[in-house]
Design a protein around this ligand. Sequence first.
Ligand code: FES
Ligand code: FES
Length: 158
Amino acid sequence: MDVSVSMTVNGVEHSHAVEPRTLLVHYLRDTLGLTGTNIGCDTSQCGACTVHIDGDAAKSCTVLAVQADGCAVTTIEGIGNGSLHPMQQAFWDEHGLQCGYCTPGMIMASIDLLNRNADPSRAEIRHGLEGNICRCTGYQNIVNAVASAAKEMAGADA
Ligand code: FES
Ligand code: FES
């Protein structure tokens, strides 16, 4: 029997009837058509599905849609306000991606990282992103991108 879920996604209210077993990532991709959130594994390891739930990063393959009932969810589509978010710009500038499959999750996790620690060391960046796997870049340019975004965002706050 379907159950009703309501949540705000990228500032827009949504209500749907879903199967109780529906994962949040499937709700976002299949019901709302927000396919920027990727699925890269079936073991909760890769982080490609990372979104923000009430401001905190979460792997949306580990959350049932019904568990996000009443929450505010942000996906990669919701961070830019019509232009690139500073974190997206930093990934672009620092070549922090190759195939791009991990990138939406990396960016959502990186924004959360800076929300919790605005001036992380490179070791703290690596530790903060250890739940996100990249098969292409070797991580160096991802760390460069997050460090660059931290500087840029600190300047914007000043
Ligand atoms: S799809 Fe890999 S952690 Fe969610
Ligand atoms: S850029 Fe290809 S998996 Fe990260």
